[in-house]
Design a protein around this ligand. Structure first.
Ligand code: NAI
Length: 707
């Protein structure tokens, strides 16, 4: 008897192997056991002439069980199972729908024929997890479509449509209408035409697609797409092997490579982040009896940059949203901006015209607070002013229904103080979105000392339909992400005053793996934004006359970044390409003279260390002070909101990769040169090094003490 997640149905001379493992038909151990039993059943039945493999639910097999990656290797099990289907003496047809990724596509490649509904998407995303396709994909795909195309597909890691899959050559046909009956008809047609098994393993890679030149070109592509990483290059080696060996030899080679890959930092880091993102929503301490309140309607106060983006998130989730601003003109500007965002999605083929109007129909505008009386969640995103925000919250209190969530998107203001402006602080919470709010996946959820468990649960759960990755924080200045950015950016700014060029600093950070150098980030966000924050919060920063003075000097010279075409770099109208600008460098040089900052020659390593060490050090402070629930949450914040490379696993994971002692010694080394004002050691880092403990051990100990 097969476990319930796989069953064999008979339709005359056909056997239909149907898997059902919601939500996405992951190839778990149970599924594999079910498939093995199905295979035996087929082998022992004497009257089956063809086999159709398909799945019920939202998709065909979406991939392997990533949860098993850290356990014992399973490649041999996968290989034996997939080989079993390939070896059958009757035609085996994979009938697919949904999103067919990784192991899901690999089992289809081991089938003899592949058909799919027209909306199916296919991908082998393994290299982005630091590994290579390890269940035959690196060996079978090149046999079907040639080495060059296979490598292109594996290296790009991006999904292709059914149409593209047919053009690439690994899909035989798209099927309109009901997949099951069409698959049955397809199988009967094959039989009628006298078609038998067509094993991928019996084919060989077209030599014209597997020349030395092609492999060299692919290796170049891998180096370019995946700097600091090896998985892409290893994939090239695997595909090369496919062109030189039998399938069984190639599969052995693939297994060896993938097992070596799994122990690599790039793979462990990426998989750590993958799981950390799933874990971040969980709030230990909130009992199961605390249920999320339903969110059927929302409101946003302030239809500016953030408010507009946040309104889009609600509308995309199908939640009606009312926007309120101070005057009609602001509302109109807000709506026009939203229209531009949707229009560009339509133009890029990301949204249909019908969906655009459906989403915009969910948006209403008003100047009257009374119209917010039914909203279940209200997000405030007005100018960053405490007086203004307190006034808004007082007005909200007067109209909002009891129990409505009153959220603020503030970046720098004390949410406790905002909450105290109302008589219902238990409903007040921070929902810190990142710009552009409709694009960036991170949501810092900030609870005050009085936020109710229900409000926390509701917002953490609301993140799901809003398509955000929520991370819970306690109130502190800068919360998690911006607080850790302070020292990272401080050093970048200091170094350009010491004589490094903006390109040198940004280049070193980007070479290290940051999505964008921090000075270019300032240009993009607006230099005035940071300057205003530092002015408004001067008392919170160290008394250092050189603190964030590069920003300040550029700002004084009227350089606001991309928005007026000049900041750390120069920009041509409407373009984002950074152009080195001697004028900016001269401004920085003058400022440096004024502040009497000694010039210094910076190695790439120094730039990277001086930015990254303070970032990691502050992470230990955030963790030690209990601002976050767990270290991995910090990794989520920085990988999903700040362009920290996933393959380095986030700041806390990375700290352990380089070694906590190395980090501590590095901090001390720079403290000896630059003084203790900015290079103060995080107590938790010192403690862990002294006690020889890992972060995980410390977390376990803390949990045990708390229990
Ligand atoms: P913005 O200036 O683009 O928009 C502010 C909006 O608030 C404007 O439409 C303005 O008309 C409206 N407003 C002002 N006074 C109002 C009142 N009394 N009643 C109703 N509406 C009023 O500002 P932005 O950038 O959208 O920032 C909004 C909030 O989001 C701030 O608290 C900011 O710190 C925070 N934030 C900003 C981020 C960014 O990257 N821009 C990122 C994360 C948070």
């Amino acid at each position: 008897m097969s476990p319930r997640c796989v069953r064999v149905e008979r339709d005359g001379e056909l056997a239909l192997v149907v898997a059902h493992n919601p939500p996405v038909n992951t190839i778990t151990a149970d599924v594999r056991a079910g498939l093995r039993e199905a295979l035996q059943e087929i082998q022992s039945a004497g009257d089956i002439r063809a086999v159709v493999l398909m799945c019920e639910g939202s998709t065909f097999f979406s991939g392997a069980d990533i949860g098993e990656f850290s356990g014992p290797p399973r490649e041999v099990e996968y290989r034996t199972l997939f080989n079993g289907f390939e070896a059958l003496e009757l035609p085996v047809i994979a009938a697919m729908h949904g999103t067919v990724m990784g192991g899901g596509l690999e089992i289809a490649l081991a089938c003899h024929y592949r058909i799919a509904s027209p909306t199916t998407r296919f991908a082998l995303p393994e290299v982005t997890l630091g590994i290579i396709p390890g269940a035959g994909g690196s060996q079978r795909l090149p046999r079907l479509i040639g080495a060059e195309r296979a490598l292109d597909f594996i290296l790009s890691a991006r999904p292709v449509s059914a149409q593209q899959a047919m053009e690439l050559g690994f899909l035989d046909q798209t099927i309109d209408g009901d997949l099951k009956s069409s698959a049955v008809a397809y199988a009967r047609r094959l039989l009628a035409e006298g078609k038998g098994p067509r094993r991928t393993g019996d084919m060989s890679v077209d030599p014209a697609t597997a020349t030395e030149q092609i492999f060299e070109k692919s290796a170049e592509q891998a180096r370019k797409l995946y700097p600091n990483r090896n998985a892409g290059l290893v994939a090239v080696e695997a595909v090369r092997k496919a062109s030189q060996s039998s399938l069984s030899e190639g599969l052995e080679f693939e297994t060896a490579l993938v097992n070596e890959r799994k122990t690599s930092i790039e793979s462990r880091g990426a998989i750590h982040v993958f799981f950390a993102e799933r874990e971040s929503r969980r709030v230990p301490g909130l009992g199961n009896e605390v249920l999320a309140a339903a969110v059927k309607s929302a409101a946003v106060i302030g239809a500016g940059t953030m408010g507009g983006g946040i309104a889009i998130c609600f509308a995309n989730a199908g939640i009606p949203v009312t926007m309120l601003d101070a005057d009609e003109a602001a509302l109109e500007r807000g709506l026009a901006n939203i229209d531009r965002v949707y229009q560009s999605m339509v133009e890029r083929g990301r949204l249909t015209v019908a969906d655009k109007s459906q989403r915009q129909a969910l948006m209403r505008t008003t100047l009257d607070y009374a119209e917010l009386r039914d909203a279940d969640v209200i997000v405030e995103a007005v100018f960053e002013s405490m007086d203004l925000k307190r006034e808004v919250f007082r007005k909200l209190e007067a109209v909002a229904r009891r129990g409505a969530i009153l959220a603020t998107n503030t970046s720098t203001l004390d949410i406790e103080a905002i909450a105290n402006a109302t008589s219902r602080p238990e409903d007040v919470i921070g929902m810190h979105f990142f710009s552009p709010a409709n694009v960036m996946p991170l949501l810092e959820v900030v609870r005050t000392s009085r936020t109710s468990p229900v409000a926390i649960r509701t917002v953490m759960e609301l993140a799901k339909p809003l398509r955000k990755t929520p991370v819970l924080a306690n109130v502190c200045y800068g919360f998690i992400g911006n607080r850790m950015m302070e020292g990272y950016a401080r050093e970048a700014q200091r170094m350009v005053l010491e004589g490094a060029s903006p390109r040198q600093v940004d280049g070193a950070l980007e070479d290290w793996g940051m999505a964008m150098g921090i000075l270019a980030v300032f240009d993009m966000a607006g230099i005035d934004v940071g300057v205003n924050v530092h002015k408004a919060n001067a008392s919170k920063y160290p008394p250092d006359p050189a603190y964030y003075q590069a920003d300040s000097a550029l700002h004084d010279a009227g350089r606001l970044g991309q928005k007026n075409g000049k900041g750390y770099y120069r920009y041509e109208a409407g373009k984002r390409a950074r152009i080195d600008d001697p004028e900016a460098i001269e401004i920085l040089r003058r400022k440096s003279g004024e502040l009497q900052i000694p010039a210094r020659v910076h190695t790439v390593e120094e730039i990277q260390e001086r930015c990254i060490f303070p970032l990691l050090n502050e992470g230990f402070r955030v963790l030690g002070e209990g601002i976050v629930l767990r270290a991995a949450d910090i990794d989520v914040v920085w990988t999903s909101g700040y362009g920290f490379p996933r393959y380095r696993g986030g700041p806390m994971f990375h700290a352990e990769v380089i070694g906590l002692e190395t980090l501590l010694n590095g901090m001390r080394r720079y403290r000896d040169v630059f003084g203790s004002m900015h290079w103060e050691l995080a107590p938790l880092l010192v403690e862990l090094v002294e006690r020889g403990m890992t972060i995980a051990e410390w977390e376990r100990q803390k949990l045990a003490k708390g229990a």
